[in-house]
Design a binder for this molecule. Structure first.
Ligand code: PLP
Length: 392
């Protein structure tokens, strides 16, 4: 029997065998010609994956939280006004990071956990003040709420704010067209939609964001995150000239280049559509099994993960049985409701059989804890949804 369990959490996700192979290869020097080529190519591919031909990519060793720190430290100066569109736990983190660099933060909050502010509320807030930046959490991984990035970004742009998108659980999976939608900074980490083990912070900055950075009056308050140091490194590698500030995570960059290549081979539109299809199928199964979801409306559900509430009489104890049935899921994260729900990631190299295996394992777990439902109802709903969609 296969020992390995299926990892269906919102990051780290399952990784392609070619990506894992790159991780296990003997590292070369970070200035060796073959690595220079790989780093340069990864930077070029990032622009295509972020759909931002005019963007400046940054690849740095660190996690998604560093990517947030990079955006805030390079763009915020003491007293700058920032507006945070708050959809959950990771938006709260955004507030903390911005404040750490001296921003004066205003928040537009969701009416309740699982909700999102409306376009009207955000527009009204933008009109009240002159904000230098506005932040949007594309997918709040604590609630599975997907924000209307396109709509919010348009409002931010119209009102003169730099639009920063925390895309850690979204980039390369959830539809995001950075340049077309007028986003100034989009950031992510390697272990979620990008499909590479944890360890890389990825940031894409628009020309407007780079101008704002170049026009700073005060030095950047973080030594490691400072674009003054990293911009020449990225420009250097892209023109195939190695430069040194801090040692790049050689194997991770190698793996990143392979994963970005696979993503582009699938094609961004195909990839967005596939994530929608899997998400619909999985959510149909959850509904058929009698479970509600944390997002309060189907308009604001993420496609990269699903956050179902446990049904009546069931608690987090069920996750152990689901794992015994071969699938690892994540518990709740939002402090207000964290014992009441669980989270299932379905992004990256997942397949229809992974989706069905996950639904099957959840059914097995639910029956083991005595929950009454029609056996196979979830699987039938997922299969019907996949059959009606285009299938893969
Ligand atoms: C995971 C996540 C983060 C934090 O990323 P780490 O790699 O865990 O530091 C930030 N924002 C969102 C939306 C996330 O999903």
């Amino acid at each position: 029997m296969k020992e390995r369990k299926l990892l269906m959490i919102p990051g780290p996700i399952e990784f392609a065998p070619e990506v894992m192979q790159a991780m296990g290869t003997a590292p070369t020097s970070h200035v060796a010609p073959n690595f220079i080529e790989v780093f340069g190519q990864a930077l070029e591919r990032m622009r295509e994956v972020f759909l931002c031909p005019s963007g400046q990519p940054f690849i740095m060793a660190g996690s998604g939280t560093l990517a947030m720190d990079i955006a805030a430290s390079n763009l915020i100066e003491l007293g700058d006004k920032a507006l945070v569109v708050n959809t959950g736990h990771f938006s709260d983190r955004c507030v903390d990071v911005l404040e750490r660099y001296g921003a004066v933060v205003t928040q537009v909050n969701a009416p309740a956990v699982g909700g999102a502010p409306t376009l009207e509320e955000v527009e009204a807030a933008l009109k009240e003040n002159n904000y230098k930046v506005m932040t949007i959490t594309h997918v709040d991984t604590s609630t599975a709420v997907g924000a209307d990035v396109k709509g919010f970004a348009r409002l931010g742009r119209e009102n003169g704010a730099l639009v920063i998108v925390d895309g850690v659980c979204a980039v390369a999976s959830e539809e995001m067209r950075m340049e077309e939608w007028g986003i100034d900074v989009s950031l992510t980490a390697s272990q979620k939609g990008i499909g590479v083990p944890p360890g890389l912070a990825l940031v894409m900055a628009s020309p407007k964001a780079m101008d704002a950075f170049k026009n700073r009056k005060t030095p950047v308050g973080s030594y490691y995150a400072d674009w003054t140091e990293w911009l020449p490194i990225m420009e250097g590698y892209e023109s195939r000239q190695p430069r040194y500030f801090g040692t790049p995570a050689v194997n991770l960059v190698w793996a990143l280049n392979i994963s970005l290549g696979q993503i582009l081979e699938e094609g961004m539109d195909n990839r967005f559509a596939r994530h929608c299809r899997y998400s619909e199928a999985f959510k149909a199964a959850i509904t058929a099994l009698g479970m509600k979801q944390v997002p309060v409306s189907s308009d604001n559900e993420a496609t990269t993960l699903t956050a179902p509430y446990y049904p009546n009489g069931v608690d987090s104890g069920v996750l152990k049985y689901v794992e015994e049935a071969g699938v690892i899921l994540a518990g709740g994260l939002h402090p207000a409701i964290n014992t009441k729900y669980f989270r299932v990631g379905h992004m990256g190299v997942v397949s229809t059989s992974d989706i069905l295996a996950t639904v099957g394992a959840i059914e097995k777990g639910l029956s083991q804890v005595g929950y009454k439902f029609e056996p196979g109802a979830g699987l039938a709903a997922a299969q019907a949804s996949l059959r009606d969609g285009k299938g893969v």
